[in-house]
Design a protein. Structure first.
Length: 232
């Protein structure tokens, strides 16, 4: 297989497994026009486009793959996420679901707990990544340790205290009034409530002391929060 054929097969795998086969969903996450993505995927198109190095690296970053993942063939039964889960996370969990999120597969599974750099760039091949158990995440879910007090709600639930682990589910589309994970163009990862205000969408903190942020094309949605895990 040529390098472009390998990249195309991997792109189609991500489309199936992480975008439910919806090309517009993948195009939105890659910040490209659906028509352009269609030209990449349709091998019989007269306007066929190949997957260059820049796009391959972008796909890896957006979908949390390790560097070079797009350039390598992967077996059918091989997990699409290459995490080394030798190190477990010992916690006394209080588990709370948020967003009334619907995850059809409620199997209890171990998911990686990633920091901002790992979320954006993926993990190194031999890197040890802590894990946490959840019943509200698919195979693409990951955990993130909440930073700061912007999501501490002084009026009650929902509230996400610093140090708690949130489960992010990339397959659940971001919708108004849901709590989501977002990255910006400065490589920051934020946890905010998505609010629609007329023609605009705002990223709102649950703590009123923190200002709202206008959602723009500089932001990339990483997924919807399905669960908060914290020590009690």
């Amino acid at each position: 297989m040529t390098i472009n054929e390998i990249r195309l097969e991997n792109l189609k795998r991500i489309l199936r497994e992480e975008c439910n086969g919806v090309q517009k969903r993948m195009a939105d996450r890659l910040d490209m026009k659906p028509t352009y993505l269609s030209r990449i995927i349709k091998t019989d198109s007269a306007q066929k486009r190949n997957i260059g190095d820049e796009l391959a690296r972008t796909v890896e970053k957006v979908f949390n793959k390790s560097h070079g993942w797009m350039d390598t063939t992967h077996g059918v039964n091989e997990p699409s996420q290459k995490y080394n889960t030798n190190k477990g996370m010992d916690i006394a969990p209080g588990m709370s679901s948020v967003n009334n999120a619907e995850v059809r597969d409620t199997t209890i599974r171990s998911v990686p707990v990633l920091n901002a750099k790992q979320i954006i760039y993926g993990t190194e091949h031999n890197e040890t990544v802590p894990t946490v158990l959840t019943n509200l995440g698919t195979e693409t879910a990951f955990g993130y340790v909440m930073q700061g007090e912007s999501m501490v709600n002084p009026t009650g639930w929902p509230s996400i205290p610093p140090g708690s682990i949130i489960i992010v589910e990339p397959t659940i589309e971001a919708m108004p009034e849901k709590i989501i994970a977002v990255r910006d163009d400065k490589e920051n990862v934020m946890i905010k409530k998505l609010v629609q205000d007329g023609d605009m969408h705002l990223l709102m903190a649950l703590n009123p002391q923190y200002p709202a942020i206008t959602l723009t094309n500089k932001h990339t949605c990483l997924g919807t929060i399905t669960q908060i895990i914290y020590n009690i």
